[in-house]
Design a protein around this ligand. Structure first.
Ligand SMILES: [Fe+2]
Ligand SMILES: [Fe+2]
Length: 243
């Protein structure tokens, strides 16, 4: 396997670290979708949604391999990516069904929409062929994982669910920011060539995050009758700190 020569040793190590970090995030996503699939089935979610979650768990396991392979290509020394356990994130004190809906909205409708937007921008900027192939494949899948979130939200709203989602939005979005924006290279990813290898500058990631919330997530929530104004107010406060 050839090591991309365009970057110096430090640049390669940085890119290797980014893809290794992503491999771990994909492992977490695989574990989460495995659990969500079982919970959705137990809560009698729509069969199509249960099937999408099961398929998503398979997709994420494939993403682990894709990301780990790229990390190794850039010189990351680590071996297999360890299994992880991922806890539930929904608010306590509500029913199991509402708690599950919160987590599905957070991880699919919100996080996967942001992931898909980041991958779309990454694909435009990536120059290394192996990175382009990886980003294209991951992007295709993350788009379907976002759809899972909207499909489940739609079904639950039709059954009268989701009443507590609006007030939970600030906490939900704050959790997403930690995941998506504070990747390990913050403050270091200033070499513009890194984008050719899949690492976008932080300022661009922040811009994509804000635009995706404003153009996709908030309108999507509102289309399902969820008041997004607590989320919009959170973003107005947070964007000062993010920039
Ligand atoms: Fe993934
Ligand atoms: Fe995904």
């Amino acid at each position: 396997m050839s090591i991309p020569r365009e970057l110096d040793e430090r640049g390669r190590a940085l890119v290797a670290g980014v893809w290794a970090f992503r491999a771990r995030s994909e492992r977490e996503a695989a574990a989460r979708f495995g659990r969500l699939g079982r919970q959705l089935e137990a809560e009698d979610a729509a069969a199509v949604v249960v099937a999408m979650a099961q398929r998503a768990a398979d997709d994420e396991r494939r993403h682990v391999e894709i990301c780990a392979e790229l990390a190794a290509r850039y010189g990351h020394p680590g071996g297999a990516v360890e299994e992880v356990a991922v806890g539930e994130i929904g608010p306590r004190g509500v029913g199991a069904r509402e708690r599950l809906l919160y987590e599905v909205v957070a991880f699919c409708a919100v996080t996967e929409s942001i992931n898909a937007a980041l991958m779309t921008v990454s694909l435009v900027q990536a120059t290394e062929p192996a990175v382009r192939a990886a980003v294209r494949e991951i992007l295709r899948d993350e788009v379907t994982h976002a759809r899972l979130g909207w499909a489940h939200l739609s079904a639950e709203r039709a059954r009268g669910g989701g009443a507590g989602l609006a007030e939970g939005l600030p906490a939900m979005l704050a959790g997403t920011v930690r995941e998506e924006l504070f990747a390990p290279t913050d403050g270091e990813a200033v070499d513009p060539r890194l984008a050719g290898h899949g690492e976008l500058p932080r300022a661009l990631r922040v811009e994509v995050f804000v635009q995706t919330l404003e153009a996709v997530v908030f309108p999507g929530l509102e289309a399902h009758g969820v008041d997004a104004s607590p989320g919009r107010a959170w973003l107005a406060r947070a964007s000062t700190a993010l920039h």
